[in-house]
Write a protein that binds this ligand. Structure first.
Ligand code: NAG
Length: 362
């Protein structure tokens, strides 16, 4: 990591210097008591499996569209992805039935998006005559596994896209909706249809995606992938596995030095799919240990999967409790991916300084 890490530290130093508050706020990895103790882009968090007490750790992505430019194809950038983005502790809607299922995240979809998350994994089900987000089993949603009607989450995405006209959001749906046009109707009702990226513009033959700046200009700023093949034809919802390869999720995917593919995906090195998604989260999410999962382990897995994917770096990196880390976490991982993808360096900040570290591997 050498040089880019130094550059990165200098960069953080510059951030800290420009803030220049009367009581200088704490930098990355410094001890803290409250979130307000930490500089912008950091929050105060514990990671008892790595260190005692609380330290300032990252809570914000680096936006490559802003730091650099939007002149490259969509598949030349990396995007922080939250797994089960909707499964948060504080249930978004009041409901007398307690949720008896796992949670995977801590803050709302709006907060995730404003912290730089750019892809959301959502599980959609038919429930109560509507489409709901559930964390369920056997393809059926129950009162105790239901989180909220999908429209609530989609409205948060709509709100983000309308207030941020240069951003692109990807939704990756594990879709159990059987009602014809059930999903389409909720996309229409949420106001998201106007941002819909048409499948006719998605490359199926391993070619590059359109340039980000063109997607922004056309307002094609919502990409939706689903898990039901027939809906590509019937509803125009892209079948994820036509465009993307993905590694195994959960425990079976987290074996050091290995990067097996997920059952539904073609081989990771299948270059006819231009996008690469890497999952890195436990089968059973445990917030306390996630800080380790999201730190060095994650960077190592991304390097392992890079090789298995035929020297391709991930475009999407999917995690639980995305802000939990021992320092840079998933944010540093995405900075690395963007560095590799955009200029061959270990950190996207090096690209901004005009460095070109190796020949681009993708
Ligand atoms: C945009 O950024 C990339 C990565 O740093 C660089 O290779 C490219 O030349 C830049 N394009 C423009 C038009 O500035």
């Amino acid at each position: 990591m050498g040089v880019p890490l130094v550059i990165f530290s200098v960069f953080l130093g510059i951030i800290a210097a420009t803030i220049a508050l009367p009581n200088e706020r704490h930098k990355l990895s410094e001890k803290c008591t409250f979130n307000e103790d930490c500089a912008t882009g950091l929050f105060c968090s514990s990671c008892s499996v790595e260190f005692k007490g609380s330290r300032c750790v990252r809570s914000l992505t680096t936006n490559p569209f802003k730091l650099l430019n939007t002149s490259l194809p969509f598949n030349k950038y990396a995007y922080l992805t939250t797994h089960n983005s909707f499964a948060i502790k504080r249930r978004p809607i009041p409901d007398p039935t307690p949720v008896v299922t796992f949670t995977n995240q801590e803050d709302t979809i709006s907060q995730q998006l404003s912290n730089g998350v750019r892809a959301l994994m959502l599980d959609t089900y038919d429930f109560k005559g509507d489409v709901w987000l559930c964390h369920s089993f056997g393809g059926k949603c129950h009162d105790f596994t239901a989180f909220e009607p999908a429209i609530n989450a989609l409205k948060e995405v709509e709100n983000f896209l309308s207030s941020n006209p240069s951003e692109i959001v990807t939704l990756i749906l594990e879709d159990y909706v059987e009602v014809p046009n059930g999903l389409t109707n909720v996309f229409i009702a949420s106001g998201l249809i106007k941002y819909w990226f048409p499948i006719s513009n998605m490359p199926k033959d391993g070619k590059d995606w359109p340039l980000v700046k063109d997607m922004i200009a056309k307002n094609y700023r919502l990409i939706v992938f689903g898990s039901q093949k027939h809906k590509e034809e019937s509803e125009g919802i892209a079948y994820q596995w036509n465009y993307m390869v993905e590694n195994q999720y959960g425990k079976d995917g987290m074996v050091e030095g290995k990067c097996p593919k997920r059952k539904d995906s073609s081989e990771l090195n299948d270059r006819s799919k231009s996008l690469v998604l890497i999952n890195h989260f436990r089968t059973i999410p445990i917030q306390k240990v996630t800080c380790k999962v999201n730190s060095e382990d994650l960077i190592n897995m991304l390097s392992t999967c890079h090789v298995v994917a035929g020297n391709r770096w991930a475009n999407f990196v999917a995690v639980d409790y995305y802000k939990r880390s021992d320092g840079g976490g998933s944010f540093q991982a995405v900075d690395m991916l963007n560095g590799k993808l955009l200029c061959g360096c270990d950190d996207v900040h090096a690209c901004a300084l005009g460095y070109s570290c190796t020949i681009r591997s993708k």
